[in-house]
Design a binder for this molecule. Structure first.
Ligand SMILES: [Zn+2]
Length: 189
C-alpha cells in the first residue's frame, strides 16, 4: 500500500541532496536514452505518460458507476493548466479518479520487475510513481480530490468508494466554504 499523495514541497529534512539530484539526473538520462529503442507506438505512448483508455478494469468500474446513476467525464483533464488527464472525472464535486495499472504504477502486490532492461524499467516505474504523486499534489492544491484505484481492485468495491467520496464532497460543497471540503487522502487497497 502506498499513500495517494506525498507533500508537494519537500520538508527541509527531505530536501534533495546533491547525490539524490545526481541520481535523478542519471535516471532521466537513462530513460531518455532507452526511449530511443522503444519503437512501437504503444510503448512510446506509455513512455510519454499517456494513459491507455478504456482498459478492462476502467470499463468495469464505469459501468457500475453508470448503473448507479453517476454521471462523469471520461479521460478528461481536471485542471486546464496541467497536462494530465484522469480516467473518470466528476467536475462539480471536483473528484478525479485514476485507475492505475499494476505494472506501470508499481503495485506492491503485482509489480514484477522486468528481466531484460531491468534498470530501465525500474527507473521508468519510479518516475511514473513520482509523476502520480505530483499529479495528486497539484489536484489537492487546487481543491480537487484524487482517487487512485488499482486495476486489480474489485470494480464494485472501487465504485462504492468513488460514489461515497463524490457524494460526501457534493454535500460538503453545498454547506461549506472550499476549505471544508473533505480532502482526506484515499489509499490504494
Ligand atoms: Zn495490483
Amino acid at each position: 500500500m502506498r499513500p495517494t499523495y506525498l507533500p508537494c514541497k519537500p520538508s527541509p529534512r527531505h530536501r534533495a541532496t546533491p547525490v539524490a539530484k545526481a541520481h535523478l539526473r542519471y535516471a532521466l538520462a537513462v530513460v531518455t536514452a532507452a526511449d530511443s529503442w522503444a519503437s512501437s507506438a504503444r510503448a512510446r505512448k506509455v513512455m510519454q505518460g499517456n494513459r491507455a483508455r478504456d482498459t478492462k478494469p476502467e470499463l468495469a468500474i464505469r459501468s457500475v458507476l453508470h448503473r448507479r446513476g453517476m454521471r462523469y467525464r471520461v479521460a478528461s483533464r481536471p485542471l486546464p493548466g496541467l497536462n494530465r488527464s484522469a480516467d473518470i472525472v466528476f467536475r462539480s464535486a471536483r473528484v478525479a479518479v485514476f485507475i492505475d495499472g499494476c505494472f506501470w504504477h508499481g503495485c506492491s502486490d503485482h509489480y514484477v520487475p522486468a528481466r531484460s532492461n531491468s534498470d530501465y524499467w525500474a527507473t521508468k516505474i519510479a518516475l511514473n510513481i513520482q509523476r502520480d504523486n505530483h499529479t495528486n499534489c497539484q489536484l489537492i492544491e487546487h481543491g480537487w480530490l484524487p482517487i487512485r484505484i488499482w486495476a486489480h481492485e474489485d470494480p464494485d468495491q472501487a465504485a462504492d468508494r468513488i460514489i461515497q467520496l463524490v457524494k460526501s464532497r457534493s454535500t460538503a460543497m453545498l454547506i461549506g466554504p472550499a476549505r471544508r471540503y473533505p480532502t482526506a487522502p484515499t489509499h490504494h487497497q
